[in-house]
Design a protein around this ligand. Structure first.
Ligand SMILES: Cc1cc2nc3c(=O)[nH]c(=O)nc-3n(C[C@H](O)[C@H](O)[C@H](O)COP(=O)(O)OP(=O)(O)OC[C@H]3O[C@@H](n4cnc5c(N)ncnc54)[C@H](O)[C@@H]3O)c2cc1C
Length: 293
């Protein structure tokens, strides 16, 4: 069995202080559902872990007075899936969280762990990119914010510097008549990671698409936005033809690899299919009002 020191802390500041003191041979642990699998497989061999999973303030889910939503780094996927905060336009976030693993995994898995582990297939990443979330980070030099689309650098790499931790993500207030949807393809219905995941968020204005954001998972080294597909939708009346063109451009924007779970061509095809479906559902949700919580 692989052994490491376990460091318990009571606050985010103490977590950062312990990480800074003990140096780069260790890392935070939240739910452990990625980390422990990786240590068991010896993919990583930390000398110590700092347990941030029991810091109550880090698990906060809230609507702030300015209407933004806060998702604390150690909020569990199950809490996000069930929270009444993630309705209407924000439902896309609960949809991503609700697809992670099984109920048992979702009771442990955290939002921050999903993002910091930086797997290209992470299910919470496309929904949070599509709503324009911003990461808040604490480190020895203090606090800083980074738009989530700049947070990922590559598979298992983020902008987090040594001894920095993710505090949570802030979701901006979305305009009325905004709707979203996240869907993924997996060979099995549950307990499988996305071969492709697509999140779409659209805002309507008099039947026209005032804004659209599309984020793709598992088709590039990091989760990405499909910028050309978004551009073709903006200002247009949403029709089957416009959506088909956006789906075609999203498939072109994807940079998938071939692996045991699907060829690059198959993934590209799936991006087109899922972009069309998620846009259609996001559009329907927006027409229904995209209730602001
Ligand atoms: C059976 C099984 C099924 C799964 N299914 C899915 C799935 O369907 N979809 C999916 O996306 N994922 C899935 N996962 C992966 C995993 O459950 C998620 O990525 C989960 O959200 C990770 O959160 P965690 O709290 O367990 O992270 P941990 O394992 O605790 O940490 C993961 C990494 O992030 C770092 N970290 C954690 N929190 C912070 C922080 N606040 N600041 C800085 N660094 C931090 C850790 O140091 C570590 O490197 C599955 C895992 C298992 C075991």
């Amino acid at each position: 069995m692989y052994k490491f020191d376990f460091v318990a802390v009571r606050s985010p500041e103490e977590a950062v202080a312990r990480l800074a003191e003990r140096g780069p041979d260790g890392c935070p642990i939240a739910g452990g559902t990625d980390l422990l699998v990786q240590t068991r497989a010896r993919l990583i061999t930390p000398a110590y872990v700092v347990d941030i999973g029991n810091i109550a303030e880090l698990a906060r889910l809230a609507q702030e007075p300015d209407g933004t939503l806060w998702i604390g780094a150690t909020a569990r996927m199950r809490a996000i899936q069930l929270s009444p905060l993630f309705r209407g336009a924000y439902r896309v976030i609960a949809e991503g969280a609700g697809l992670v693993g099984s109920i048992q995994i979702r009771n442990l898995a955290t939002a921050g762990g999903n993002l910091c582990n930086a797997a290209p297939s992470a299910d919470l990443a496309p929904p949070l990119l599509a709503v324009g979330a911003v990461a808040e980070i604490l480190g020895p030099a203090g606090r800083r914010t980074v738009p989530l689309e700049d947070f990922f650098l590559g598979p298992r790499r983020t902008v987090l510097a040594p001894a920095e931790i993710l505090l949570g993500v802030r979701v901006p207030r979305l305009p009325p008549r905004t709707g979203g949807h996240y869907a993924r393809h997996t060979p099995r219905r549950e307990m499988d990671i996305a071969v492709v995941g697509v999140a779409a968020v659209v805002t309507l204005d008099n039947g026209h698409c005032a804004d659209a954001r599309i984020a793709l998972g598992a088709v590039a080294p990091t989760p990405i936005r499909a910028a050309r597909a978004e551009a073709v939708l903006r200002g247009q009346p949403l029709s089957a033809e416009v959506i088909a063109e956006a789906a075609r451009l999203a498939a072109e924007d994807a940079r998938p690899i071939s692996d045991v779970r699907g060829s690059a061509d198959f993934r590209r095809h799936l991006v087109g299919v899922l972009t069309r479906r998620t846009l259609e559902q996001a559009w329907r949700n927006a027409q229904e009002g995209g209730v602001i919580p």
